[in-house]
Design a protein around this ligand. Structure first.
Ligand code: HEM
Length: 75
């Protein structure tokens, strides 16, 4: 359903070759780091309005922080 997340830390948004991103994601000019991932995972539609990820976000900051640490281990 979604783009591969291995190596997502430090990657510019919307740049996995062959994945059909929304215009919103491609034009977002975001580079995924701890801060931008935290904002995106808190409220995906607020950081990238109009993006097509069907997920409403994670309210708990500790859960987001744990998840981002995990994403950082994915190659
Ligand atoms: C905790 C769960 C999730 C995390 C951590 C997550 C993370 C992300 C991230 C970081 C991106 C941007 C990727 C990039 O720029 O290459 C993204 C995009 C996307 N995700 Fe998720 N996601 C989650 C849940 C989901 C779910 C449940 C779905 C679908 C059922 C989904 C579908 C998508 C799609 C379609 C995009 C591209 C959006 C667009 O082009 O506008 N994600 N996700």
């Amino acid at each position: 359903m979604g783009p591969r997340l291995g190596g997502v830390l430090d990657r510019p948004a919307g740049t996995i070759e062959g994945f059909r991103y929304s215009r919103a994601m491609k034009n977002s000019k975001i580079v995924w780091d701890e801060k931008s991932l935290d904002a995106y995972l808190a409220e995906p539609q607020k950081l990238v309005p109009g993006n097509l990820m069907p997920f409403s976000g994670i309210a708990d900051p500790q859960k987001r922080s744990d998840l981002i640490a995990y994403l950082g281990t994915l190659k």
